[in-house]
Structures are given as C-alpha cells and as structure tokens.
Design a binder for this molecule. Structure first.
Ligand code: SAM
Length: 335
C-alpha cells in the first residue's frame, strides 16, 4: 500500500528511522523536510496510529503534475477508468481538499464538481463541502515531486500543544524511537523538565523510567498526570552533573535534552558543563548495555562529541533536525 505522511518540519531523518522500525517493508519514494511518500505492507490503521505523524493519507492514485485544473481532470478520468474508489468503504459524507506546495488552494468549480461526482458514484457517499466529520479526499502536490497524488485521509493522533519550553510530543516519540528502546530498559532523563521525554518512554514497555531535574519544584505542578500516576516512573530532584540519587551502572538508556547554555544559566562555560555531565552519565550507564541519546544545538556538536569520546561513548548515528527553526543535532550511541 502507498502512504503519504506529514510530520514536524525538519524531523525527516528521525521519521525515516522510526517508520522503518514501526512499519513493515518500507520503501520511500519521495521525501522533503515535512512530508514523505512511501510504500509499506502495514495496514492503514497502523500508519494512522503513529504518534509522530501529523497527518496520514492512503494514496489511491496519481497523475503527472502539470497545470492544476488539467491535472485534476486527468485524475478524475483515472479514478473513473480504473475504479480507484471501488474498494473504499463509503456510504457517509465526504469533502475534497486540494493542497499544493503546503497550502490549500481553490479549484475551478466545474473541475471540482466532476471529481466529486466521480467520488459519489464510486463510494455512494454524499458530498458535505462544509467539512466536519466524514471522509476527506485530498489532491496533493509537493515542490520537487513530479506527481499530483490523490489520497484518502486517515484519522491521525491529535496532540495537545506542549507547555512552554517543553519538547513537542511528536518529537519526543521520535527521539524515544531513535534510542532503540528495549523491554528491559531502565531509562533516565536527567534534564527532564516538563517530563515530555519520560512520558513518551513510558508509553512503550520498560522496567523503570526515571524523571530527574534540578528544578523539580518548579516543574512538579505541571507534570502530566499519567507520568505522576505511572507505576514504572520515578520522580527525582537531582543535579545531572552529579546524579547522587542514581547508582553506578544502573541505567541502560539515557535520552535527554540538556540546557545549551543559551536561555538558562548553567553556572559554567558549556565545555566544562558538558565534561561534568558526560562523567556523570558514564558513571550511571551500564558498562556494556548503556546507550545515550542527546539533543544539542548543532554548533555544540564538536564540543559534546569530544566529551562523549573522553568517557568511551561513541555517537553511532546523528540526525540533523530543526527545533523551532534552529539547527539541532541528535546524537545516538553508546559504549
Ligand atoms: C532544555 S530543558 C529540558 C526540557 C525538557 N526536554 C522538556 O521537554 O521539558 C533543560 C532542563 O534541565 C534542567 N536543568 C538545568 N541544569 C540542570 C542540572 N545541572 N541538573 C539537572 N537539571 C538541570 C532545567 O530545569 C530544565 O528543566
């Protein structure tokens, strides 16, 4: 089956990794900074349930991209000639949308009516142009893609807006995936803040997940209830550069977003802070199974990578992402 998914701008490399872990036989045919077209043998309900995907679509057909009205006429002919919608379970209401290069665009009324008539005939659904509930059929064009694709929208997971300063839930899900989570993980986020990463981690099986932050008292009131209620989670107040409350070699996975020394005072030049942080991570990480994922500003990568190296940790994979438009790098590695 073919799918088109949209995700947070700049997360492409993480999404590609996560899709390969979550879906069967993924073959990507197009990718840009916020969308991907791919084939997979996984069913639509699995694709629509991916927590890091903003919108998911099943691709039903395609025509070469060209002048829009002519291309949509061609698409309508393909739908009719090949009966593209005969397999779709209809019977309800639907509407059509056209999104070209990231923006919704209008289509000449006769062209749209013909397309909608073809949909009515094959699905026995009723047109409800005003939207609301019902099926959505999308005509989508992307810059750099020489096709216009015709898709049915799959329902997708809705996220609440994150608290200020907190990582977005879709990014947290992607970072946890990129850390290659294991069933027997003892997980730690030592700069846990709003608890977004620990919340993403406890959605997947693990032995224990530790939330730790120096300023727990400031964060506690806004920690998410599922995190506070989870039997797997432990909430601690600790300095990540010391981690007094964590035993030596007791952690198998650290996934964290440390301060970059830009918006908050870390009390030391960043290089010294990074040195203390890596020494402390080295002490608590399991000597053979310890893994580390760290999100840092891209300009800090040389400094951080030196400190990983100095304690015998190797970044095996890097993902370059955009965090609110700022270049950032995800370092993933271990012993
Ligand atoms: C960039 S924020 C992390 C945000 C977090 N990923 C989230 O989604 O909310 C850095 C966090 O590190 C905490 N912090 C700063 N210095 C610390 C230290 N030495 N030890 C532990 N936590 C510290 C801050 O209180 C803040 O919550």
């Amino acid at each position: 089956m073919r799918y088109y998914v949209q995700f947070g701008a700049g997360f492409g490399s993480l999404v590609a990794t996560a899709l390969r872990a979550d879906l069967e036989e993924v073959r990507t045919t197009f990718e840009d900074d916020s969308a991907m077209l791919f084939e997979s043998s996984s069913p639509p309900d699995v694709v629509s349930g991916l927590s890091y995907v903003k919108n998911a679509f099943r691709v039903l057909g395609e025509v070469p991209r060209g002048e829009l009205p002519a291309a949509i006429r061609k698409l309508t002919k393909v739908i009719r000639d090949r009966g593209l919608l005969r397999q779709v379970r209809g019977g309800g209401v639907f509407r059509t949308m056209t999104n070209i290069d990231g923006a919704l665009v209008g289509v000449p009324p006769q062209v749209r009516t013909r397309l909608e008539t073809a949909i009515v005939e094959q699905t026995r659904s009723k047109l409800n142009a005003r939207g609301g509930t019902g099926d959505e059929y999308w005509v989508i064009g992307r810059r750099g893609l020489d096709l216009l694709v015709f898709c049915q929208r799959l329902t997708t997971v809705r996220h609440r807006a994150p608290a200020r300063g907190s990582l977005r839930p879709d990014l947290c899900a992607l970072l946890v995936k990129a850390s290659e989570p294991r069933l027997d993980d003892v997980f730690l986020d030592p700069f846990a803040g709003s608890g977004a990463l620990v919340s993403a981690r406890i959605k997947l099986p693990c032995r224990r997940a530790i939330y730790s932050d120096l300023r727990l008292t400031e964060h506690r009131a806004s920690l998410p209830p599922p995190l506070l209620k989870s039997r797997k989670a432990e909430i601690r107040q600790d300095d990540a550069t010391v981690l007094d409350s964590v035993d030596d070699h007791s952690i198998t996975s650290i996934v964290t977003d440390p301060p970059w020394g830009e918006h908050e005072d870390i009390g030391l030049p960043f290089e010294q802070f990074a040195r203390k942080m890596l020494l402390s991570f080295d002490r608590v990480l399991h000597p053979s199974r310890g893994r580390l994922l760290m999100l840092v500003a891209r300009r800090l990568v040389p400094v951080v990578a030196r400190q990983w190296d100095s304690v015998g940790l190797t970044p095996r994979t890097t993902h370059e992402i955009l965090l609110n438009g700022h270049p950032a790098t995800v370092l993933v590695g271990g012993r």
